[in-house]
Write a protein that binds this ligand. Sequence first.
Ligand code: C2E
Ligand code: MG
Ligand code: MG
Ligand code: MG
Length: 275
Amino acid sequence: GNGGNALLEYPRPLDHLHATATRQLALAEDIAHALTTDQFEMHYQPICVLQDGRVAGFEALIRWNHPREGMISPLDFLWLAEQTGQIRAIGMWTLERACRDWPVLRQATDHSSPFVSVNLSANQLTGDHFVHDVKLILERHHMTAEELKMELTETIIIGRPEIASQVLNNLIALGGTLALDDFGTGYSGLDYLQRYPIATVKIDRAFITPLLQTAPSLEIVNKTIELAHSLGMNVVAEGIENEEIRQKLTQLRCDFGQGWLFGKPLALDDIRKRL
Ligand code: C2E
Ligand code: MG
Ligand code: MG
Ligand code: MG
């Protein structure tokens, strides 16, 4: 989710955190500490049926409640966790937390196939036990594989094709559902669309925001939806902030929407309160 830079997964480090190796080391130590002292939080953003606004599922988005720096965005620490390998532990925490919270989230959905969607990162997939761990987590929380959607970016798939094909095929064998995140922002061709059984394409906010202003974005979104549908995939538009854009996307026959119009990411307690 970085709106354009595809070589690095998380290319937006805070300058002051990025400044020196010393700072990076300190940040890495803070991340390790955060994992053991419960400083990470999961927020959930609704993904809605475009036509009627029913909640079909939620995307799990990690937050770091840092004791000195306050709430830190995932874009400001996941890039380092990716480099240090800590992303694997964070990724397990993420999956575990989303599945633990599923009973509450499911109650807040109104759809025949409700889901919680979790972002995966490149180095997470390289662990030996990843698919096995996913299976155990699903079993522990009595979830079906269809209830857990996994979001991958083009960059992850393209950057490590050999790992991607093995792990993704194993995830799919498990019954898992894959979503292609930030569609259109990578440098890739469309090859992987025919190689992997991707269920969902998420069109990046970079194409949705200018939808009513620029003809190219309208054409790109229009053709992406047509292509996805013709391949049997459904489409989520990211970053819908107003009603006009929602209406346009409905006209274009987009299936689902995510964005501030429908709701910002919320802590589980806030979702519970709204039930
Ligand atoms: P993403 O997966 O593309 O997630 C969507 C991002 O867009 C989220 O940012 C969300 O808060 C933001 N967003 C949603 N609707 C709107 C809108 O209407 N307007 C605007 N301006 N923004 C909107 P967030 O939570 O800061 O996450 C950023 C990225 O960090 C995510 O992009 C994802 O790539 C990554 N990320 C977040 N949580 C996790 C995680 O648990 N694991 C991994 N590996 N990556 C994560
Ligand atoms: Mg994004
Ligand atoms: Mg995502
Ligand atoms: Mg996204």
